[in-house]
Ligand binder design. Structure first.
Ligand SMILES: Nc1nc2c(c(=O)[nH]1)N[C@H]1C(S)=C(S)[C@@H](COP(=O)(O)OP(=O)(O)OC[C@H]3O[C@@H](n4cnc5c(=O)[nH]c(N)nc54)[C@H](O)[C@@H]3O)O[C@H]1N2
Ligand SMILES: Nc1nc2c(c(=O)[nH]1)N[C@H]1C(S)=C(S)[C@@H](COP(=O)(O)OP(=O)(O)OC[C@H]3O[C@@H](n4cnc5c(=O)[nH]c(N)nc54)[C@H](O)[C@@H]3O)O[C@H]1N2
Ligand code: SF4
Ligand SMILES: [Mo]
Length: 657
């Protein structure tokens, strides 16, 4: 048995270092976590550990053309000719603004997801702002701190407390969660979870605070008010490092415990517990989840939460994503800085409406399953179905999106190609070698890009540059302990990080009252927006579940369970029992789900694992004001009993929730 070290390429907090066990015949028998990696620490999650089970199931094998409603297998050369011909026609008739390159979170490798953008930059095609997942939180933190990076995971095990705020780390970041548990074991550091529902993390926490969804600005101001009034703010730190404390104080002052209770539902004694914990356990890490910034005012929530550790005198005492801490320059790698052609950026969240309107005549999709993961789902699907739109999907597996394509091209999985994956939390990097021979007749993203560039007669030399050379150049200044050659030799290197006490804002300080926000016409301080007040409607929360990465791993664990969890009283009022089928609907769309009951769900709030069939029909495609991110957790819906005829078999319990 051979052991090959590689890196998981999922868009995941943990970016695990993995050991793949390979038999002499070249088969993978197991995938395990690297015991020597400071964050992976010897275990893989349910997905990483079973990725090899996806090598054969449901794979796209070869290239396929749609002819009269059915798929015909074509040889690669003629499939690529067909794609190039369609692309050329659209370029000639409609111009590059009618060509859309749509990629996302399937595989974050530099060769899979960065380098192939060169073709689309060379053509001047439209690309999205990639704002669907985390942009609003980044933009929010940038306003006050100039950059969004914060606590490195390596410090968690030494923290006196770890607060997970709208972050279900036990499910979405099992290795960061394990580090927090280590701090608890070693130092008795409590774990706090702030979540409207009893997530897996909340169940294991020492303190669970349950605010209404979308009320976190009020909760954060309540904590800040108490800290300021109690004399617990670090005044000398704030005098030296921040501006705008007076304005913050004036706004926070208005959030007395009674008002916080009215808006958030969090009673004064729970607020006092949270404040006391922040006061007595220093330093604490405040872990801001991606879930908490995906609603109507998600960016405001993220920035308000971030103020708590700052008031206590910590430099960047929050964590959100550390991608901004590293000195990696991707502008040349992707081609963005290599061309004089105008950059055409379109909103990813608002894309469904534009696709439905026929703004794009040629859409090339890679590493994304947008027919399942974008909001306003039926608009997007209707757009892909337009007769005047040519759709190409480059995929490892047959997805819902592939069903809408004119051409489907097979891609190798990460185990079948070499690549380099950069983490966005911890700083450890190693090369990912090819582990097994390709299982299907596939072509990797870089190869398809070059094949299309040649067919289109493009002459820019940088389209034909050796991709590894481009990667090496983008990392020239990235490491303090070695260079690209060391990576290829199998060493693990550490990305250099910007200092924590560094604030590239207009004043060079932390700006509670953000001048950058004023300049953009935004509120300089976060504001608590009124919460929806329709008595018969529910706020639908959807979030990550343990056995799936968005829509991936259904080959291993079966379909994502189409379930919806609600409070027992709400269910009784609607005459619903566990196992009943309901229609979940709003003015925009509807889907069906099976009822699960919970004693702890807040009245008027329901929860589902995310991205099962039909779910995103009810999701809004209006981007957030700050950062243009999504609003998935602000969907409001009605529940209606529907017939039980279409009930699927119940799913494995280990996925929950
Ligand atoms: N309801 C709801 N919807 C949401 C969210 C939510 O909270 N609620 N969250 C949003 C968020 S945060 C995100 S990040 C998005 C995720 O949205 P997507 O990026 O669409 O997520 P995936 O389902 O992981 O799709 C990735 C696709 O890439 C393919 N893939 C994997 N590896 C490779 C490869 O090496 N090459 C190629 N060519 N393809 C590959 C996979 O087979 C998969 O089909 O979903 C968003 N949608
Ligand atoms: N197992 C697994 N892990 C994953 C992924 C996956 O699909 N599966 N996907 C990866 C990706 S792309 C992402 S973006 C991350 C997402 O992982 P997280 O950052 O953990 O975010 P979510 O899972 O969207 O939501 C986390 C929690 O936020 C809560 N929440 C929702 N609205 C609010 C609110 O207004 N206030 C508060 N306080 N809490 C709220 C939800 O109830 C949920 O429990 O996970 C990554 N890791
Ligand atoms: S999905 Fe995340 S937690 Fe699981 S193996 Fe990959 S990087 Fe690690
Ligand atoms: Mo995400």
């Amino acid at each position: 048995m051979e052991r090959i070290a590689t890196v998981c390429p999922r868009d995941c907090y943990d970016t695990c270092s993995l050991h793949v066990m390979r038999t002499p015949e070249g088969r993978i028998s197991a995938i395990k976590g690297d015991p020597h990696h400071p964050v992976t620490r010897g275990f893989a999650c349910p997905r990483g550990a079973r990725d090899h089970h996806r090598l054969t199931a449901n794979r796209v094998d070869g290239s396929f053309l749609r002819r009269g409603g059915t798929w015909t297998r074509a040889d690669w050369e003629s499939a690529l000719d067909t794609v190039a011909q369609a692309l050329r026609t659209v370029l000639e008739r409609h111009g590059p603004e009618s060509v859309l390159y749509l990629d996302y979170a399937g595989n974050t490798g530099l060769l899979t997801s960065y380098y192939p953008r060169r073709l689309w930059y060379a053509l001047g095609a439209a690309q999205t702002d990639r704002a669907l997942c985390s942009n609003s939180g980044h933009a929010a933190l940038n306003l006050h701190y100039g950059a969004s990076y914060g606590v490195p995971p390596g410090e968690l095990a030494e923290m006196q407390a770890v607060v997970f705020w709208g972050f279900n780390a036990a499910v979405s970041s099992p290795h960061i969660w394990a580090l927090a548990r280590q701090a608890r074991k070693r130092h008795g550091s409590p774990i706090v979870v702030i979540d409207p529902r009893e997530s897996r993390s909340a169940r294991q926490a020492d303190l669970w605070i349950q605010p209404r969804p979308g009320s976190d600005v009020a909760l954060a101001y309540g904590v800040i008010r108490a800290l300021l009034r109690g004399g617990h703010a670090d005044r000398s730190f704030l005098a030296a490092w921040s501006t705008g404390l007076e304005q913050l104080q004036a706004v926070a002052q208005r959030w007395d415990p009674a008002r916080v209770h009215r808006v958030t539902g969090v009673p004064p004694d729970a607020l006092a517990k949270l404040t006391a914990l922040y006061r007595t356990h220093r330093p604490a890490a405040t872990m801001i989840g991606i879930g908490v910034q995906k609603n109507d005012h998600g960016a405001d929530q993220a920035r308000a939460i971030s103020f708590i550790p700052t008031v206590l005198g910590q430099h960047r005492g929050f964590f959100y994503s550390n991608s901004g801490a590293f000195a990696v320059s991707t502008a040349a790698l992707t081609g963005r800085s290599l061309t004089a052609r105008p950059e055409r950026v379109v909103s990813q969240v608002a894309l469904p409406d534009r696709v439905q309107a026929g703004d794009f005549k040629f859409i090339y999709i890679s590493g994304m399953n947008p027919a399942q993961t974008l909001p306003h789902q039926h608009a997007f699907r209707a757009g892909l179905s337009r007769p005047d739109v040519f759709v190409v999907v480059h995929e490892t597996h047959w997805t819902k999106t592939a069903q809408y394509a004119d051409v489907v091209l097979a891609a190798p999985t990460y185990l079948e190609k070499d690549d380099l994956v950069l983490p966005w939390t911890h700083p450890y990097v190693r090369h990912s070698p090819q582990v097994v021979a390709p299982v299907t007749d596939s072509r990797r993203e870089t190869g398809v890009m070059v094949a299309l560039a040649r067919r289109l007669g493009l002459t820019e030399a940088w389209l034909y540059e050796n991709p590894w050379q481009a990667v090496a150049a983008s990392l020239a200044d990235a490491f303090g302990d070695g260079d690209f050659g060391d990576l290829l030799a199998g060493r693990r290197l550490t990305l250099k990080s910007k200092p924590r006490a560094y604030y590239p804002t207009p004043s060079g300080k932390i700006e509670f009252y953000a001048t950058a926000a004023l300049a953009q016409g935004l509120s300089p301080l976060p504001r608590q927006a009124p919460l929806p007040a329709a008595p018969d409607r529910f706020t639908l929360l959807t979030s990550a579940s343990a056995n799936y990465t968005s829509t991936q791993f259904q080959e291993v664990y079966g379909p994502i369970p189409a379930e919806i969890t609600l409070n027992e009283q709400d269910a009784a009022r609607l005459g619903l029992a566990a196992g009943d089928r309901v229609t979940v609907a709003n003015a925009q769309g509807e889907f069906r789900a099976t009822v699960r009951l919970s004693a702890t769900m807040l009245p008027g709030v329901v929860w589902s694992p995310r991205q099962y069939e039909g779910q995103n029909t009810v999701m809004s495609s209006v981007p957030q004001e700050i950062g243009h991110g999504s609003r998935f957790n602000s969907a409001t819906v009605e529940l209606r009993r529907s017939s039980n005829d279409d009930a699927p078999p119940s799913a494995s319990p280990s996925n929950h929730p």
